[in-house]
Every structure is written in C-alpha cells, then in structure tokens.
Ligand binder design. Structure first.
Ligand SMILES: *[C@@H]1O[C@H](CO)[C@@H](O)[C@H](O)[C@H]1NC(C)=O
Ligand SMILES: *[C@@H]1O[C@H](CO)[C@@H](O)[C@H](O)[C@H]1NC(C)=O
Ligand SMILES: *[C@@H]1O[C@H](CO)[C@@H](O)[C@H](O)[C@H]1NC(C)=O
Ligand SMILES: *[C@@H]1O[C@H](CO)[C@@H](O)[C@H](O)[C@H]1NC(C)=O
Ligand SMILES: *[C@@H]1O[C@H](CO)[C@@H](O)[C@H](O)[C@H]1NC(C)=O
Ligand SMILES: *[C@@H]1O[C@H](CO)[C@@H](O)[C@H](O)[C@H]1NC(C)=O
Length: 436
C-alpha cells in the first residue's frame, strides 16, 4: 500500500479541500497531469508506474486496462468515499480507455466491499455513472441488474417471515427511495421478487404478506397488479382470490388512493373487483337493483318521500355516487338522485324500541335533501348497505307486509338480522351512467 500513498495524499487533499476543480488546475498534481494526457493507456501506465516509483515491467505482462484497474482499486482500497472522488476524476481523464478503466475498477471495488449488499449504494453508483455519457452500456446493464437483484433479495425478507407484524427498516428505506426513481425500477424488482418468493412460498402466503407491505399507494397498486398477473395466481384458488381482493379493497379504501394514484393505474386496479364493487368507483351513475330479481330497482316512491322497489313497476332511478371516508378513514358512499338533483337516499335514525325485536323492520328510508352516508359491504356476489353512522341498520326490501298498494317500500333491519334475511338485504348495482 506504500506505493499508493501518493494517490492517497492526493485524493485526501482533494477530499479535504473539497475543491476538485481548483486542484485540477494545480500543476503540481502529478496524477492529474497523467490523467490529463491523451496518451495511450500503456504509456499512462508507464507514467503511473514511474510516478509510483515502480518498474513498469508489470505493465508489459497484463492487458493495460486491468493494470489500470488494479492501480485504481488499490487506491480506493475499500473506502467508498475515495471511490467517489476517483469517479469525479474520471471526468478529467483524457482517454476513453482510462475512463472506462476507472468505471470498471470502481464497480469491482464496490463489489469487493460490503457496500454491494446495500442496493441503495449500487443505485447511488448507478446514478453517478448515469451522468457520464461514456460508460460502456454493458457495464451499466450489469450494474443495473445487480441493483435489481439485490433489491429483490432484500424485499424477499418479509415474504419469508412468518410474523405479520415484523418490521424491516432496510426494506422501508429502499421502498421509500424507489418513490424518487423511475417506475421501471420497481417493476423490474417486483418481477425478480415474485419469481423468487413464489418458488418458495404458497401464493396465499405471498398475497397476505403483500397485504402487510408498507409502501406508497402507487407502489402498492403496482405490486398488487403485478402479482395478479402472475401465472402462479391464476389457478382460481378461492382463498387466494379473496386475499387478493382484500388487498385491493384495503388499497382503494385509503383516503389518498384517488388523489395519489394515476387514473390508468386506478382503472387497472378496479378491473379486479367484482362488477358491483367496480361500479362504485367507475360508473358516473348507478341504479340499485334487487340482488335476485332482474327488474326490481330502487326509486323514489310516487306518493310519499319513501324509497320503493317494485318488480311490477320497473322504474330505474339513477344515482350519482359520492365517495367519502368516515373519521376512521373507512370508505363510505352517498347516493344522490340524478333526477331530483337535490335528494339523497337517506335513513332516518330509528327509534330504539323498534329495532330490537327479532323480526322487526323499520320504514325509515327516504328521499331527502341531506347527505346520508352508507357503508357498502360485499357479500355472496352482491352488496349490502349499512348506515355508516352506526352500522346498526341494513337496507332491505321485498317483504309484502310493507307494501302499500303499488308502493313497495324498502326498509331497514337491525344489522344482526342480516344473515337470517340475506336475500332481502342484498342488492346489485347496474351502470346507469347514460340514464337520465
Ligand atoms: C497547488 O498546490 C500547492 C502545493 O500543493 C498549494 O500550495 C496550492 O494552494 C495549490 N493551488 C491550488 C489552486 O489548489
Ligand atoms: C490538461 O491538458 C491541457 C491541454 O492539453 C492543459 O491546458 C491543462 O493545463 C492540463 N491540466 C492539468 C491539470 O495538467
Ligand atoms: C396484516 O394484515 C392483516 C390482514 O389484512 C391484518 O389483520 C393485520 O393487522 C396486518 N398487520 C399489520 C401489522 O399491519
Ligand atoms: C368519529 O365520529 C363518531 C360519530 O360520528 C364519533 O362518535 C367518534 O368519536 C369519532 N371518532 C374520532 C376518532 O373522531
Ligand atoms: C332492546 O334491546 C335492549 C338492549 O339490547 C334491551 O335492554 C331492551 O329490553 C330491548 N327492548 C325490547 C323491546 O326488546
Ligand atoms: C328481492 O326480490 C325477492 C323476490 O321478490 C325478495 O324476496 C327479496 O326480499 C328482494 N330483495 C331486496 C333486496 O329487495
């Protein structure tokens, strides 16, 4: 290492002064003079060796570039900060051969140090190299792939960990750093990641682990979509499908989802939801229909302000959907009449006594000017509407006891009665975007 002390002094000098450009002007710098020549590598080596006070004989035996590399690497000597300075010097190198020797040497040096285990260090080097226009494409490719593989390897950890509450700070910082990079990086990493984890873990486990991943909403959207497109997940296992849908529901129910995630990515996500659910996000207007009976739709009753549904009066009322979040961040929906333009489907709070007899219903669903939020729950291929404020009532219809001539009123039941009255309380949505 004694032979390289001159380099060291020089490089430390540069580092300490922090003024590389000034130093480059300093003619007392032998190294820079050497780097500054346009002589062939062989001759450079000669200069370097003379300067290192060594016989130049070594240079004769090996390809010039590998000698240059070994000189450069011995200078960096595992100290990555010094590597950074050498890279800056590469700008000043006069020959392409010398520059490329510096790039290659630095890459080899980076691999020799433990830095290589941190994908962020590779990315940093890759970014630094990217500003140089003369780095061989093959080398850039190689470094990029190393970055992708190291990143994927790091991201594997949570997928192989049984605990769903374990934390992974390195993973978090990598994922966070990736939000500032081109989207392709993430895409490429995920591809390698899924290759690896799906070879070792069950699809269900992979889906569930992804469900606990912390990342930006855009990254999670991309990660879920890429997982959904994997062959390994196309076997139709219902448990896996449910877990996937649960991930997607969690994702779209995040308050920032519609704001942060691009429209095209959002649409791709919605496509993976059952039709009823998809319409809540994609339709401009919807009609609400009896889950089992094709032509029984919700509409404003002709005589009262109550809400009706009547198979024999196949009126369809179209409702604009308003989406919101309750104060605990869960999604909620309001249905605004496209015809009346000033009325929502509203549930009036029920009186306490009426709601707890085992088979009781409450006729408290009106068309009213106040906004009223509903919680939508997806069940057995349909959807149900619970009042968002208490979640104690569920919207039902179809019991002839509550008809009044042609007015077939809808009503609410206590939420606890839902399972005993599923057909009565399960609805379906239809796209009525083009309806009046
Ligand atoms: C050049 O080097 C000499 C001796 O190392 C130093 O005194 C001088 O300040 C340097 N000049 C510049 C511009 O860095
Ligand atoms: C580099 O070479 C140019 C001309 O070839 C010269 O003007 C300049 O002073 C040299 N710089 C150093 C640091 O030797
Ligand atoms: C992980 O996901 C499951 C299922 O969504 C959830 O019940 C659990 O609370 C999550 N754990 C953490 C730490 O977020
Ligand atoms: C959320 O709102 C409900 C009533 O709408 C209230 O009882 C509850 O305290 C609120 N919770 C928070 C965390 O603000
Ligand atoms: C209704 O439920 C409450 C509490 O669950 C109970 O105290 C009350 O007796 C019930 N009323 C009727 C009429 O069943
Ligand atoms: C749907 O129609 C069936 C048959 O008339 C009825 O039994 C059921 O209660 C209705 N459900 C709703 C949600 O209106």
């Amino acid at each position: 290492m004694a032979s390289s002390s001159a380099w060291l002094v020089l490089l430390m000098g540069i580092g300490l002064s922090g003024a590389l450009d000034l130093n480059l002007q300093n003619s007392s710098s032998k190294l820079l003079t050497v780097l500054n020549t346009s002589a062939p590598a062989q001759e450079l080596l000669y200069h370097i060796d003379v300067w290192r006070n060594e016989a130049s004989a070594v240079a004769q035996d090996n390809p010039a570039s590998s000698n240059l590399e070994s000189v450069i690497r011995s200078e960096v000597g595992g100290d990555w900060e010094r590597g950074r300075l050498v890279l800056q010097i590469a700008n000043q190198a006069r020959t392409l051969e010398l520059k490329q020797a510096i790039y290659t040497a630095l890459w080899k040096e980076l691999q020799q140090t433990k830095q290589i285990y941190d994908p962020l260090k590779i990315l940093e080097f890759y970014d630094q190299l990217s500003v140089h226009t003369d780095v061989p494409l093959q080398l850039m490719d190689h470094i990029y792939r190393a970055f992708i593989y190291r990143s994927a390897q790091l991201l594997e950890a949570p997928f192989h960990t049984a605990s769903r509450v374990a934390t992974f700070p390195l993973v978090d910082s990598l994922v966070n750093r990736l939000t500032f990079s081109t989207f392709d990086y993430l895409r490429d990493i995920l591809e390698v990641l899924y290759d690896a984890v799906l070879a070792l873990e069950t699809p269900l486990s992979v889906v569930q682990r992804l469900g606990n991943f912390t990342a930006s909403l855009t990254q999670l959207a991309q990660a879920n979509l890429q997982l959904l497109s994997r062959q390994e997940l196309k076997r139709g296992d219902p448990e896996v499908q449910n877990a996937l849908q649960s991930n997607i529901r969690n994702l779209i129910s995040q308050p920032g989802f519609e704001k942060e995630v691009t429209n095209s990515l959002q649409s791709e996500i919605y496509e993976h939801l059952p039709n009823d659910e998809q319409l809540l996000y994609t339709a401009r207007k919807v009609c609400i229909r009896n889950g089992t009976q094709e032509n029984s739709y919700i509409y404003e009753c002709p005589q009262t302000y109550l809400i009706c549904s009547n198979a024999r009066d196949p009126k369809k009322a179209a409702y604009f959907i308003q989406r919101g979040h309750s104060n605990d961040s869960r999604p909620q929906f309001a249905f605004y009449s496209a015809f009346w333009r000033n009325r929502y489907i509203l549930m009036e709070p029920a009186t306490a006594t009426a709601s707890n007899a085992t088979n009781s219903i409450t006729k408290n669903v009106y068309s009213r000017p106040n906004i009223n939020w509903w919680r939508v729950v997806y069940v057995n291929g349909g959807i149900s509407f619970y009042d968002a404020a208490t979640e104690n009532s569920v919207l039902c219809g179809g019991d002839p006891l509550h008809w009044d001539g042609e007015e077939h009123h809808v009503y609410t039941r206590h939420a606890s009665q839902f399972s005993a009255h599923q057909a009565e309380c399960t609805w379906s949505l239809e796209d009525c975007s083009d309806a009046a």
